[in-house]
Design a binder for this molecule. Sequence first.
Ligand code: MG
Length: 404
Amino acid sequence: MGQIKIRDIKTILTAPNGVDLVVVKVETTEPELYGIGCATFTQRYAAVKTAVDEYLRPLLMGKPVNNIEDIWQLSAGNSYWRNGPVLNNAISGVDEALWDIKGKMAGMPVYELIGGKCRPAAAVYRHADGRDEKEVLENVQKYMDEGYRYVRVQMGTYGGQMNGAKQNLHSPEGIPEGAYFDPAQYTRGVIRMFETIRNALGNSVELCHDIHERLVPVAALNLAKELEQYHLFFLEDALPPEHVEWFRMFRRQTATPIAMGELFVNPQEWKPLVAEQLIDFIRVHLSMIGGLTPAKKLAVLCESFGIRTAWHGPNDITPVGVAAQLHLDLTSPNFGVQEFFGFSDLEREIFKGCPEVKDGYLYPNDKPGFGIEFDEELAKKYPCEYRDHGWLRSRLPDGTAVRP
Ligand code: MG
């Protein structure tokens, strides 16, 4: 086969579900051969597009598509300043597209190229929410009826006033608009919620919970200890990335399994946690660290330290991003569980060949690459637009702005 080269790189912004997504399409010197990758940083999508169009495109045009690792290293070093979410997403879009292309060239799914399956499908978890513990319980049961055996449970999403959850906040006059939450009320609510669910369902379901970095470290530790009796599958984002040193304290004091990493963008953030075995699950968002190439290395690093994977899988990810996670899930012996949101009919039309969920397990198709055909013209009919992410205006009852 002659040397196939990158002919063009395009960034397509699309929001079929009202969530801003970024797709990178790499076209090659073979007329019909292209690949797509996920570069979604939903809150800052236009910055990612600029990074791809203005910087990676001119850098990589004409490069051979074979050398994925070399292209990743070149792209990461070429900005000199590196390891940030915008540039990592741009690199991810190209990286995953190149894996897609390599699979198509080989006539194999990507999971075959990276070692073959350890399991036929990946167990996924869904999100159950509710205004009170009764409603959360009903939603857990609904997912169990659909065949899911892992559910993340939240009340009022992250304990704030979303979904109409009522709180009695004691606030001074003149506080600004915001997504207010009271850490003490939140904590009591979580304990009540777990008690209700375990009393009703026993241990027939694996439960996760996301603190979403909403408590000060010692309060999060106290909650982790209180929750031990409810046997969580994991407790997520107990601390913000800025305070991970506290995980040493968690290890000494609690047996609740810890999941961490969706906000990580720099290897320095996960290295100590993995090397000191301070977490049980690594949860990075693949495109936020630069795509499949760095993620498969991270999976192997975690394997050697006995840490399992639970990649971040929210609704602000493209189906090709979900497929990239899934192909990694299937090939990782240390896979734990996969977060999953499902796809709308429109998404399935734009991204033909989305992974399919059946009885709580996510299956890839066996087509070459990531197996997804992208309808670029249809995608463009649903353009991205600036959105105010209200939940990202978190405040404490006294009006203090905090991390969400
Ligand atoms: Mg999370």
